[in-house]
Every structure is written in C-alpha cells, then in structure tokens.
Design a protein around this ligand. Structure first.
Ligand code: NAP
Ligand code: G3H
Length: 484
C-alpha cells in the first residue's frame, strides 16, 4: 500500500493526482468499533477546500472525456488488478475500521474487482444507434438521428459506511468509463478504506484531477457539496433521511439514490421450510444485519409459522458471535448509537408482548442475534429499519394479508417469496411494490450487473453496471437531413 496517502496515520486527500495535506486543517479521529483503537485521522475539509477540489475536477473533464473508451477501460482493468493484489491488506483495514467479519471483507473486495472489470468491458460495448425518420407519420427517409452518449461532467459519489469499498467503486467505475470526473465523499467511518481504494484508481493511471476525494462529516460539509453549482450528478447511497434531504436541497441535478429498506421474506404454506429458514438467516444476519438488502422482517402464514420459527431458531443458535478476525457471523455494530437504536426497537416490541425466541443480549456494541416472534403492526420493529441483528416474525392468515402488510411499508427495495407453487410465486411477485422480488432466495443485490432499484422511500433511479453507466451519461443526438 502506498506511503503517500498518509503520514503517521494522518490521511491526506487525493487532489490533482497527488495526496496533499491541507495546511492548518482540523482532523477527525477514526476509532475502531472493534476495540476503540485509533485507526487514523482524516481531514475535516472546509467549504474553501471543497471549492478548490471542484475547480480542479472541472479542469480535468476535457482531457478525460476525450480519452478513448478503450484507454479508460485499460485503466480500470489495471485498477482491478491492483485491488486484487491489495486484497489481504485492505481486508485488514476494513475489519478494523467497520468491524466487518474477515470473510465478508474479502468477498466485498473480490466482488469489487469483478465489478470494475465488468464495467470496463461493458463500457466498451455501449454503442450508439441511428434512427431513421420514415416510421414517424409525416416524415420520409430524409432524416437520420445519430444517437451517442456523452459524459455528464463531474459526478459527486457519496458512499455509506457498510460497503466503503464496494459502494464507492460501484459509483466511481461506471462514472469513469462514461467519461466523467469523480469527486468521492466517503463515509466518515469507512473513509480510510475508501481512500485506499481511491489510491488504487489513481495508481492505475488516471490523469490528474479525474478522481479527487473530499473528507469531512456529511453533517458539516455535505450540504455545501451537494448544492455546489459545478456538481453535475449526485450518486448517493445511504439512509433515506439523508437521501431525501439531499434531493430537497440539490436543485435540478440528476441523481441516483440507493436508500434504506425493510425487505420482507414472505413464507407461504407450501414453502420448503428448511431452505427458506437457511436463506432467511443468511439474509438477515450477515454483517450483523447492516445491509440495505438484509431480510428485515418475516411474514409467515400462521399454519407453518411454528415449524418455521423452530428452524430459524435452530440456525440462529449456530451463528458465531465475536470479533471480525475470528471468522464469525456477528460482529460489533458500527457505533454505540446504532446499538442503542436496535436495542430500543427490541425493547419496545417486548414491552408490547412480542415473544423473544433468542438473543437480546449485548456486550458493548456487540448485539447477539435476536429473533422475535408474534410481532404485531403496532410495534416499531414491524416498520423501521434496525440495521442490526434482529429479525421480527409477523404471522398472517393468508397470502393476500402477507402482501398487504409487505406493501404497507414506506420502503420498497426488495422482497422474497418462499413457495413451491410457481403460480403463487408470480401472483405475489407481481403485487409486491419493490424493485426486485427474489423467488425462493434471500434478498440480495448481486450479481452486480442486475438492475438494482428501490421503489418508494428506497431510492431513485436504477443501478447495476449498464444501468449506472447509462444514468451517468446523457444522450446526445446529431440529426442529418439528407437533401433530394
Ligand atoms: P448515512 O448516515 O445516510 O450516510 C451516508 C453518506 O452520506 C455518508 O458518506 C455520510 O457522511 C453522507 N452524508 C451525511 N449527511 C450528508 C449531507 N447532508 N450531505 C451529503 N452527504 C451526507 O448512511 P449510513 O449510516 O452510512 O448507511 C446506512 C444506511 O444506508 C442504511 O439506511 C442503509 O439501508 C442505506 N444503504 C442503502 C443501500 C442501497 O443500495 N439501497 C446500500 C447501502 C446502505 P458521514 O459519514 O460523514 O456522515
Ligand atoms: O447495503 C447494501 C448493499 O448494496 C447490498 O448488497 O445485498 O450484496 O449485501 P448485498
């Protein structure tokens, strides 16, 4: 890993192709959710610093937009190779910075390597089209539209703490292949991992200024950057609260928003309960439930609910709890505020007579996997996104009641339906108000070239490699009129 990026664990920002320290800057200490140790310090950039960065990005737009796509793809492939080579070291940083278990860290990085390579190749195959005029009433074949895609300019990429490598790269790579400059504003907790990723892209040979970084608390400088007149596109992943706030203040800037979720797993009478339980437990508890696509509620038909709960319990009991390097399933939450919030949701449900099946134990920020049955619709746990290792079970009497409750959520990211009846699967899938329905599988994002989109408060626009490239470029048409 490069020496230029930090000095005595004090991290700089990538500016005009170099890692620069800002004189007289204040620092933010990043401590580990694992043991409270200092991971490093990052710069709390000011509005003036942001202005300087944006000006630099704008000055790099021309050279990058005129760089042939084949050359851009070559640089992305180089970045993917460098990322692959840094896997072990970066996984160590991720583990300590965001307390993600070792296996999930390695998988986040491998998946990102594949993402960058796929993006490079996809970009090479995104061709334009020509459209004739004679199929439109009143026109003959004397006009031709040559449709191409051009970059939008400078993309602001804002990523969340839970996937600081993957969800930074999934914005950076498609934006770059489309010919845009990128300013990365990483999550504060997760910034160090993301700065290492930026270093890798830079080392792969990006011209100076094509990728810059801005660090600082979103609550301090976030509003200023998102409203900056020279930002041409905002690609944001994070909470619905912050996403909605950005959408309100940013003005007429195109944006992609990946926000919160309350993904439901609907388990019907004829489901293979063993397979359903296995999928649900993996989907609900991996990275301690800190995933937008985690299964965040089970809606089970009453007649099979007892058996399902037994199977879920059996599997949740086997989850390993501990620290990231111990190859466990459940690790400490990102901070004590998050742990307090999850605990509050659990307590409110129990106070209202939900039935605790397992868990509700806490050691610092480490919450033990918690399974709660008989959750009813007057409980916050039925509706709110915990972002922690707790799974509520809501019992219903039939398929339509299950669909109705699923759709009452303010969120609409994904849902699963478990059934052995294909007709019921499609009946349910068609009625669920979500971007993706998984049939007999846990809710999850990948593979990353599939469309990924949230209905309602879960987002705006569609990600997924080709979709992201399309979103971060615009159609430009040149019309030829042929005489005679
Ligand atoms: P968050 O608090 O909303 O933060 C996300 C990012 O926004 C961070 O980089 C944050 O910076 C920044 N930010 C905060 N306030 C800002 C402002 N006013 N202007 C501009 N940027 C601002 O979310 P999180 O806690 O990191 O992530 C968890 C949430 O993300 C969950 O709700 C989860 O469901 C959602 N998520 C959704 C998806 C999806 O694909 N749908 C994927 C992953 C996560 P600081 O860190 O400096 O505050
Ligand atoms: O947290 C949100 C991620 O984009 C979800 O990805 O389903 O692979 O965990 P995942």
């Amino acid at each position: 890993m490069s020496l230029e990026i930090s000095n005595n664990n004090i991290y700089k920002n990538l500016y005009d192709g170099k890692w620069e320290s800002i004189p007289n800057i204040k620092f933010i200490e990043i401590t580990s959710p694992v043991d409270g140790s200092l991971v490093g310090k990052i710069e709390a950039m000011t509005k003036d610093d942001v202005d300087k960065v944006v000006t630099n990005s704008k000055s790099a737009e021309k050279v990058w937009s005129e760089t042939p796509i084949s050359k851009r793809a070559e640089i992305l492939h180089k970045a993917a190779d460098l990322l692959e080579a840094s896997k072990s070291e970066l996984s160590d940083i991720l583990q300590i910075e965001i307390a993600k278990d070792r296996k999930s860290c390695l998988s986040e990085i491998s998946r990102t390597v594949d993402f960058i390579k796929f993006t490079a190749d996809e970009g090479k195959h995104m061709e334009g089209e020509t459209i004739g005029a004679d199929n439109f009433p009143g026109f003959n074949n004397n006009k031709l539209s040559l449709v191409t895609r051009v970059p939008v300019g400078t993309v602001l990429a804002i990523s969340p703490f839970n996937y600081p490598i993957n969800l930074s790269a999934s914005k950076i790579a498609p934006a770059l292949i489309a010919g845009n400059c990128v300013i990365l504003k990483p999550p504060t907790q997760g910034a160090i991992s993301a700065l290492h990723l930026a270093d890798i892209f830079n080392k792969a040979g990006l011209p100076p200024g094509v990728l810059n970084t801005v660090t600082g608390q979103g609550s301090s400088i976030g509003d200023y950057i998102v409203k900056h007149k020279d930002i041409n596109f905002i690609n944001f992943t994070g909470s619905t609260e912050v996403g909605k706030h950005i959408a309100e203040i940013a003005g007429m800037v195109p944006m992609l928003m990946e926000l919160g979720g309350k993904d439901a797993a609907l388990v019907l009478e004829d489901a293979d309960l063993e397979a359903a339980a296995k999928n649900i437990v993996q989907g609900a508890y991996s990275y301690s439930g800190q995933r937008c696509t985690a299964v965040k509620r089970v809606i089970a038909i009453d007649s099979i609910a007892d058996e399902l709960v037994e199977k879920l319990k059996d599997k949740v009991e086997k989850l390993k709890v501990g620290m990231p390097h111990q190859d466990v399933d459940i690790t400490p939450l990102i901070n004590s505020k998050a742990a307090d919030f999850v605990e509050g949701l659990i307590q409110e449900a129990l106070d209202k007579n939900a039935k605790l099946i397992l868990g509700n134990k806490r050691n610092g920020n480490l919450l033990y996997p918690t399974l709660i049955d008989n959750v009813t619709l007057d409980m916050r746990l039925a509706w709110e996104e915990p972002f922690g290792p707790v799974l509520p079970i809501i019992r219903v009497s039939n398929i339509d009641e299950a669909i109705e409750i699923a759709n009452q959520s303010e969120y609409g990211l994904q849902s699963s339906v478990f059934t052995t009846n294909i007709n019921k699967a499609f009946y349910t899938a068609k009625k669920l108000e979500v971007g993706t329905v998984q049939i007999n599988n846990k809710t999850e994002r990948g593979p990353d070239h599939f469309p990924f989109t949230g209905f309602k408060s879960s987002g705006l626009g569609t990600q997924g490699i080709r979709y992201s490239i399309e979103a971060m470029s615009r159609i430009k048409s040149i019309v030829l009129t042929i005489e005679g």
